[in-house]
Design a protein around this ligand. Structure first.
Ligand SMILES: Nc1ncnc2c1ncn2[C@@H]1O[C@H](COP(=O)(O)OP(=O)(O)O)[C@@H](O)[C@H]1O
Ligand SMILES: [Mg+2]
Length: 103
């Protein structure tokens, strides 16, 4: 079906200890959409992206991409981290080779 969402998020909730970060998150993303999460620092944007990437699991709720519930590393996602991830004692090529070795 042409208008079916590629990624859906249903009733997502995530806390760290007693700190509630996200709740009641519902979202559908369709082909060709370009989505940005905007909000204050500490609002849970990166947490949401990590859950979409499968790097973290929600406390409850579901994320589906291509109709598969994301329960482990999401091979359909790519993530550019906010922090510096390069190892400055290695060359560019060695950095790339190191990342490839780890996946
Ligand atoms: N691994 C973690 N352990 C505990 N608290 C975390 C962890 N990751 C994020 N947090 C907390 O969750 C909240 C949301 O963080 P984050 O998703 O990084 O926000 P944003 O990306 O919107 O700035 C912040 O209060 C942050 O301190
Ligand atoms: Mg962030």
């Amino acid at each position: 079906m042409a208008n079916k969402a590629l990624l859906t998020i249903n009733n997502l909730k995530k806390s760290y200890g007693s700190h509630l970060v996200l709740q009641n998150v519902d979202l559908s993303i369709y082909r060709h959409e370009f989505i940005a999460f905007v909000g204050k620092s500490g609002g849970g944007k990166s947490t949401l992206l990590r859950m979409i990437a499968g790097l973290e699991q929600p406390d409850s709720g579901k994320i589906r991409q291509h109709n598969q519930i994301i329960t482990k590393m999401n091979v359909h996602s790519r993530m550019m981290f906010q922090e510096d991830r390069l190892l400055n004692w290695m060359s560019v090529l060695e950095n790339v080779a190191f990342a490839v070795k780890k996946t």
